[in-house]
Ligand binder design. Structure first.
Ligand code: HEC
Ligand code: HEC
Length: 626
């Protein structure tokens, strides 16, 4: 039996949980009001907890990802991931009181108990900013990692704990001097971490994430749910284990869960709840003080609505709320029994019924045979999982899905021509699902692109809906530009090089999407000297769009190029991929500056290559931009 010698040194006082860790939900300190950020509706809903009623829905802007009350309200802060703003709302008046421009991609938000400061995590490029709430201005900003999403503040309000999205690392940031003072690094397979919450009394952080085992492209061995517990005290011995991961796939025996999104502790710190966005359920566990087992489940998970992404307790811990983001409801539950006592609609379904259905299918792990994997496990909200998978045909980096409707054919080897062809992925060894088309499809033999011969669109309403959702991700303008439509002097020089005959980049990266991809046969595919031994379908690849490349974690189909400069130099030794060898160091830097500025203007919503299966903004008079 291990002792806990250092725990007592920490002055952890119990506090209400309002605003202490990032979430789409926040309960006011007095427990009267609940806020829900409606990510796909670009709004926030104010809920009267006692009346079990939505009071009002306040339009805020693109992709709200975090909300936090200032004390009991009526002021609350909302992060807009899509607009680079933190908005101050007056929840009583139902209005936006102020829009504060902040750094790129604000994600989570926490506040101090006195309501004077707020701290915001920034996804790309991995920062935290400090906001003076009364003065409504940004005071400081700190570099915290690479992709900062999860954020929590300790009870003494001296330390912030933040997590990296693609590495599930936990960092401790010392608020007074803004320095990272500690890091809990995980295993390289740990991935997609959006959240961290602290134990209300003990020095422990709970981090939810998945594991992506890229070398096992098999439904039963590639993706797992995990909750990692970090000991926040300084290690006493050099080999002291400071971080322990609990495999949630075997946690419930044969009952499988997927995509742990968030965890929450009861205010007394005795129980911990884990919500799973891929299987629509929740695990309840007892917190164990042994620094070894950490938690023990109470029964099997209980079911909730579709794609739960947030959970919050009332300050007295008697009730909790689940945000079922694809039912557009918050459900109210009694903590002792987990029984549902009320369902509150937060907002009307956004966009179109097909888009919503498509998103449901994209998020659910039920599409896969063993219920471990969903499309979202590798394409989270249309982004990349930052990984290169060791597929049978060769190394394949996961590309982001923005602009997909305009850049068909699909896959690096252009072996698919419609998103409905991902029926083959659903039925593959990777996902092991039954598929959405009733009946048979031409079998896959070896690496022959049979998908190009088999028409899969129009054969299943669900599959068409999945295509509509998958084809509807837009680009946002690059943060590396001085203003919309404008380039820096460096990037202007790089643009001239890019469009010059000499480099020849624009011969393949042509048109508004910077690609010559087109659905007319023969497809444009090119050997640019990137082909590798392990490749079974190469050496020719589909030209990727260059819009949004600044945000890539790695480059080229094999993901071996770690920077844009790497693509132009180390991976282009023979000038097979445009001509770059004659360029000076400065010229290459200019070219990189141009690439990082893409897109600097919004690309057209319709080009000759655009496919019909997508959500079109004009198709609904009140349609909002994604
Ligand atoms: C295990 C991770 C994983 C899962 C699960 C997964 N994908 Fe992918 N996806 C990838 C990889 C890797 C690529 C690149 C493969 C290639 O180009 O050959 C990719 C490519 C794509 C592309 C092509 C993008 C482009 O620009 O060419 C689409 C569309 C896509 N996936 C949709 C889906 C859908 C829909 C699902 C669910 C049915 C799904 N994926 C499930 C890993 C995954
Ligand atoms: C002959 C056609 C062709 C030319 C010319 C060309 N490219 Fe490419 N580009 C491609 C193809 C095909 C790929 C994908 C190769 C791979 O992944 O192995 C690619 C990939 C890239 C990537 C990586 C994108 C990503 O998401 O991983 C960048 C960046 C890029 N090109 C920039 C350039 C620049 C800059 C030039 C000019 C110096 C250029 N390309 C010239 C066809 C071309």
């Amino acid at each position: 039996m291990r002792l806990l010698p250092l725990v007592a040194l920490f002055v952890f006082v119990s506090a209400t949980q309002a605003g202490t860790s990032n979430s789409l939900l926040d309960v006011s300190a007095d427990g009267k009001l609940l806020l829900a950020a409606n990510r796909d509706n670009d709004s926030v809903t104010v809920i009267d907890i006692a009346a079990r009623k939505a009071l009002r829905e306040i339009p805020v802007g693109h992709h709200p990802e975090g909300v936090a009350w200032i004390g009991n309200g009526p002021t609350a802060l909302v992060t807009l991931h899509g607009d680079d703003q933190v908005v101050f709302i007056d929840a009583e008046a139902g209005k936006v009181a102020e829009r504060l421009k902040v750094e790129n991609e604000p994600y989570g938000i926490v506040t101090t108990k006195d309501g004077k400061r707020a701290y915001v995590s920034h996804d790309y490029p991995g920062k935290v900013s400090e906001i003076d709430v009364e003065g409504r201005k940004v005071l400081r900003s700190f570099k915290t990692g690479d992709w900062t999403r999860g954020i929590a503040i300790d009870n003494e309000e001296k330390t912030l704990y933040v997590t990296d999205f693609y590495a599930a690392k936990l960092h401790a940031l010392n608020i007074p001097d803004g320095k990272i003072i500690d890091t809990w690094a995980g295993h390289e397979t740990q991935n997609l971490c959006r959240h961290v919450v602290l134990h209300p009394k003990r020095p422990k952080a709970y981090v939810s994430h998945i594991v992506s085992r890229v070398t096992h492209v098999d439904g039963r061995g590639s993706i797992f749910p995990e909750v990692t517990i970090c000991n926040l005290w300084k290690p006493k011995e050099a080999d002291e284990k400071r971080r322990r991961s609990i495999a949630m796939d075997t946690y419930n025996g044969v009952y499988v869960t997927a995509t742990p999104w968030e965890t929450a502790l009861t205010p007394d710190g005795k129980k911990i709840f884990t919500i799973y966005a891929g299987t629509d359920d929740v695990n309840v566990s007892t917190v164990i003080d042994d620094d070894y087992r950490e938690m023990e489940r109470i029964g099997l998970p209980f079911r909730v609505g579709k794609n739960p992404r947030a959970i919050r307790f009332t300050p007295d811990g008697r009730e909790f709320f689940i945000y079922n983001t694809l039912d557009f409801t918050v459900t109210v539950h009694t903590t002792s029994t987990t029984a549902k006592v009320a369902t509150i609609t937060t907002c009307p379904p956004p966009k179109s019924p097909e888009w919503v259905r498509g998103k449901v299918l994209f998020q659910t792990a039920v599409l896969s045979g063993a219920k471990w994997i969903s499309c979202a496990s590798c394409h989270p909200d249309g982004l990349t999982d930052g990984r290169t998978w060791h597929n049978l045909e060769g190394l394949r980096r996961v590309p982001p899905l923005a602009g997909l409707a305009h850049t068909h054919p699909l896959h690096w080897s252009a072996d698919r021509d419609e998103v409905q062809d991902f029926e083959y992925t659903i039925r593959s060894r990777l996902m092991g699902g039954r598929g959405l088309i009733t009946g048979t499809i031409k079998p896959k033999v070896g690496f022959h692109p049979v998908e190009l011969e088999e028409k899969t669109s129009g054969r299943s309403k669900d599959l068409d809906a999945l295509a509509i959702y998958t084809n509807s991700f837009d680009f946002r303008l690059s943060p590396h530009i001085p203003a919309p439509g404008k380039l820096s002097a460096e990037a202007e020089r790089g643009k001239a090089l890019f469009f010059s005959k000499e480099t020849n980049c624009a011969s393949c990266h042509s048109g508004p999407y910077f690609t010559d991809s087109r659905l007319q046969k023969p497809f444009n595919v090119h050997d640019v000297g990137t082909f590798e031994e392990s490749e079974k379908m190469g050496p020719k690849y589909d030209t990727p769009t260059l819009l949004g490349v600044y945000r890539n974690v790695a480059y080229l189909h094999h993901g071996k190029a770690k920077s844009l400069m790497d693509v132009l130099t180390n991976f282009n030794p023979k000038d097979q991929h445009g001509k770059t060898s004659h360029l000076s160091k400065e010229q290459k830097e200019d070219l990189v500056a141009f690439l990082k500025s893409l897109p600097y203007e919004t690309p057209p919503d319709e080009v000759p290559n655009t496919v019909p299966f997508r959500f079109k903004k004009e198709s609904k008079p009140d349609a909002r931009k994604d």
